[in-house]
Ligand binder design. Structure first.
Ligand code: G6P
Length: 610
């Protein structure tokens, strides 16, 4: 969602603020802006515009910024008020002394706004954010930090803020409550950012601000305080990402690059997590004794991570014989879930910042559950709030549509199911070894699928005119169908539904005619014949079938004109192989339709508000 960058140093700030902001584009946004302190007269100057960062750059050509060494920039994903220039950030108080960029939602802004209006403040936008500069101005008596502290003590909700003041041109203040914000330490320059990749080019020394912390940056130093005023000594992390992780490296889109990274992501996980046929789940945070006490598992997640969780349920129940419920975080947090101190709650999140998943975890903790998270982003809020963290180490995922993070989550869930099955004594050593061997084959199978992607591309392109898609799968590939439909709708905007194939007759069959395409997961399995029956039912209603089948299955050609083969693997692991054709079908259709694959409309990479 919204992205924040801040710079204070000796260099010209505006180009850094714009270029770094571009690296946050992947988070999803609809407008952008920049606010600086003019080096000449110490005044605040800002520019903002609706649309992409290029629209802001065009505006800057006609209306350039003054020379500056301190400022903030922002990408906005509209929550309160339409995506237009006035609602874009930054926002300033009417005296022009305080300028704010914000990520998150200020829940009590209406009450605050009413009382500020009564005091004579004038508002221009419909945003929740605009109350912040006005509040700071209201409390300002010469001490910038004090005024910010007083103002934020009135705010309810989740927010990350970057604040500058014309009265204090050598200071940049950052505040974090709920929404992510980091500080980057440089030489004679310091940064704030919503995410590490944005400032990687400038520094690798990072402070992950914790909730309810304020950072006061000058070009020489950074002081961090808790909200109660106590000064803290923050941990400085040396981030090891390579800069090329956040570049396309010759691929047309980040999504395509990330699809191709899956063999190495899974290979890395296998190499580091299975050592001499022993599982090495460092970070799990729970002893074998504690894992053995667990009598039920609840998985909470959103979006693609939720689909990975559904695959996890099949695996854990099959291998470890422990009952598993998979819950959408946004639903879980408002129910009265039955959780005890013998429950293990597994939170799955690529970003580790998804507001609903964080809230679900807090709810589960209140009820005594142990939290184990499966997360990609190091140092994220989720990882800090969990007893254990299994990092997927898939590297930065820039495409909004999740690909490599999804298969990495699934692979981690297989490893975790194997671990639980060992602890619960539900797996024989021979079966364990066999499954580990099969899992180790996955990266090679991925290379085979990717080598043959031209077939997937041509089927996808031939199908790109269909106005509606149905995705069917059964058993462990029911989540694959849901994920296939999600990928397609996310990036091509074609209505797509994922269904358990056995449910087809209970509704979706009404959709089938010659204008619909149906993607059927028909890989080798105990219920293969049942899927073939479904395919026949679709064909007799003139629906166009695209079948994903196991290599060597010639019979499927009698039933489907379009077949995508995936190499044979253990039935349990087929969601890993099926994922790649699903991703590529969506990708090639979206490209053919001229869609913005990496930054689909209205979507955000990390949904940091409810
Ligand atoms: C957004 C993203 C999805 C993602 C979901 C959950 O909707 O666009 O790709 O699956 O959030 O995000 P998380 O970071 O918690 O996995």
């Amino acid at each position: 969602m919204c992205g924040i960058i801040g710079y204070i140093g000796k260099k010209q700030a505006a180009p850094i603020l714009i270029e770094s902001l571009r690296k946050l584009e992947y988070r999803g946004y609809d407008s952008s802006g920049i606010g600086v302190i003019s080096s000449a007269d110490g005044k605040i100057v800002f520019r903002k515009n609706k649309g992409k960062i290029n629209a802001l750059c065009n505006l800057l050509k006609f209306s350039p910024l003054p020379k500056t060494t301190c400022g903030v920039s922002h990408t906005r994903w509209a929550t309160h008020g339409a995506p237009n220039r006035i609602n874009s950030h930054p926002h300033v108080d009417e005296s022009g002394q305080f300028l704010v960029v914000h990520n998150g939602i200020i829940e009590n802004y209406e009450v605050l706004k009413d009382s500020l209006i009564k005091k004579g403040h004038k508002f221009l936008s419909q945003t929740d954010t605009e109350v912040v500069p006005h509040l700071i101005q209201e409390y300002y008596k010469g001490d910038f930090l004090e005024a910010v502290k007083k103002a934020i003590s009135k705010l309810k909700g989740a927010f990350a803020l970057g604040i500058i003041s014309s009265n204090h041109p050598d200071v940049l203040i950052a505040v974090r409550v709920g929404s992510p914000l980091i500080v980057g330490l440089g030489k004679d320059e310091n940064f704030i950012a919503s995410d590490v990749p944005a400032i990687l080019e400038h520094t690798r020394r990072i402070i992950y601000l914790k909730d309810e912390q304020i950072a006061v940056l000058t070009k020489e130093r950074v002081d961090v305080f808790n909200f109660d005023g106590t000064k803290v000594k923050p941990q400085v992390h040396n981030v090891e990402f390579k800069v090329d992780c956040v570049e396309k490296q010759g691929f047309a889109h980040f999504m395509l690059k990330e699809v191709h990274e899956q063999p190495q992501v899974i290979q890395h996980m296998i190499n580091t997590r299975i050592v001499r046929n022993q599982l090495k789940l460092d970070g799990i945070g729970l002893s074998d004794k504690q894992l053995k006490r667990i009598n039920n598992v609840v998985i909470v997640a959103c979006g693609t991570a939720y689909h990975a969780g559904m695959v996890g349920r099949y695996a854990i129940e099959l291998l470890a014989n422990v009952p598993v419920a998979v819950e959408l975080s946004s639903e879980f947090r408002y129910r009265k879930p039955i959780i005890s101190n013998k429950s293990l709650v597994i939170a799955i999140s690529q970003s580790g910042e998804t507001a609903d998943t964080l809230a679900a975890v807090r709810e589960a903790k209140k009820r005594g559950a142990k939290i184990l998270s499966i997360c990609n982003v190091l140092g994220s809020s989720l990882s800090r709030e969990s007893e254990g963290v299994l990092y997927t180490h898939a590297g930065p995922e820039i495409g909004v549509a999740s690909t490599k993070a999804y298969t990495a989550q699934i692979c981690m869930l297989y490893l975790l199911s194997l671990k639980l099955s060992l602890v619960h004594g539900t797996i024989r050593s021979g079966e364990f070894k066999y499954l580990v061997k099969k899992l180790k084959e996955i990266p090679a199978l991925y290379h085979q699928i990717l080598k043959d992607k031209s077939n997937i591309a041509s089927i996808a392109k031939r199908s790109s005119h269909f106005g509606c898609f149905l995705f069917l799968g059964r058993n462990i590939n029911y989540p694959s169908a849901l994920e296939g439909a999600l990928k397609l709708k996310e990036i091509s905007y074609i209505p797509a539904e994922g269904y358990a194939a056995g449910e087809m007759k209970h509704g979706p069959i009404a959709l089938i005619d010659e204008y619909r395409a149906v993607v059927c997961v028909a890989t080798e399995s105990d219920i293969y014949d049942k899927m073939i029956s479904n395919i026949q039912e679709i064909r007799s209603r003139r629906g166009k079938v695209i079948a994903i089948a196991t290599a060597g299955d010639e019979q499927i050609k009698n039933h489907a004109a379009n077949v995508i083969y995936v190499p044979k693997t253990e039935q349990l692991f087929t969601p890993l192989t099926v994922a790649i054709p699903m991703q590529l079908i969506a990708y090639y259709i979206a490209v053919k339709r001229g869609c913005d694959v990496d930054q689909p409309r209205n979507l955000a990479k990390s949904v940091t508000v409810e």
